[in-house]
Design a protein around this ligand. Structure first.
Ligand code: TMP
Length: 239
């Protein structure tokens, strides 16, 4: 697989073209941002961890019948993925109250819901990724009804697979963000990444935060938290 020109640089990843028009190479950086890029920093070793963790989860999800963009891990930081047209939505699944949910509705963090919630944000940095409902998604033509239903099903199925995996690692999956894309044939697949940047992961025994909230909220021990979740994943995967 030949790596060609860089076609995109995001906050945490770079994307390169390849000699195959249907495939891209994603390269994970150690750069971290929060609050729509207002806060900037580096989390040493994050790129390697996020690459490996995301690939591990994508393979697990594929086995459970959820199609993903994952093709092959190329190196510590680089992965070959299917090229998709990204649906400009952040699909957020929550099992336990935290973050913007708690802020918006004035609830404590850490309250488990009877059933998971799925919410959508419109991916538009200049607007700060505003919350959007399904009627507005249809009105703006961001996705059609069938696509939204498929995305909703995949999001909840992903929650079941990931929650049960993390539970076995002694970690509670509080919430997470997914992005989906369209293949040239129009089918919807899971894209982007699944990592401590995009999930809230709390130690089940102690409640300790093992995710990017340590960076967002200046809690310290950011690198250690990323290493700890990776260690738990690897220990469990070997069993
Ligand atoms: P929130 O509570 O801030 O809305 O975040 C919900 C989940 O989405 C949390 O696991 C972190 C993740 N997330 C991202 O992956 N990217 C983002 O830009 C934001 C705001 C949240």
């Amino acid at each position: 697989m030949e790596k060609r020109e860089q076609i995109y640089e995001g906050k945490a990843k770079k994307v390169y073209a390849t000699d195959d028009p249907e495939l891209l190479i994603v390269s994970y950086k150690d750069d971290a941002t929060a609050f729509n890029g207002l806060k900037k920093g580096t989390i040493q070793g994050k790129g390697v961890i996020n690459n490996r963790m995301s690939n591990h989860m994508m393979q697990r999800l594929e086995k459970a019948g959820i199609p993903t963009h994952y093709v092959r891990e190329l190196s510590d930081r680089e992965t070959l993925v299917k090229k998709v047209e990204i649906v400009p939505l952040e699909v957020i699944v929550r099992n336990v109250s935290a973050g913007s949910f708690s802020k918006r509705y004035g609830t404590d963090e850490g309250i488990r819901f009877e059933a998971p919630t799925v919410e959508y944000s419109y991916k538009k940095d200049e607007l700060g990724d505003p919350l959007i409902n399904t009627d507005s998604v249809l009105a703006l033509g961001l996705a059609d009804r069938a696509e939204l239903e498929q995305i909703h099903r995949y999001a909840l199925e992903t929650d079941r697979v990931l929650s049960s995996f993390w539970k076995e690692c002694g970690i509670t999956l509080i919430d997470f963000k997914l992005e989906f894309g369209r293949l040239p044939d129009g089918s919807i697949i899971l894209a982007d990444e699944i990592s401590p940047d995009t999930c809230r992961l709390w130690d089940t025994a102690t409640g300790e935060k093992l995710d990017k909230d340590r960076f967002r909220r200046d809690l310290g021990g950011v690198e250690d938290a990323y290493r700890e979740v990776m260690r738990r994943l690897e220990t469990h995967a070997e069993e």
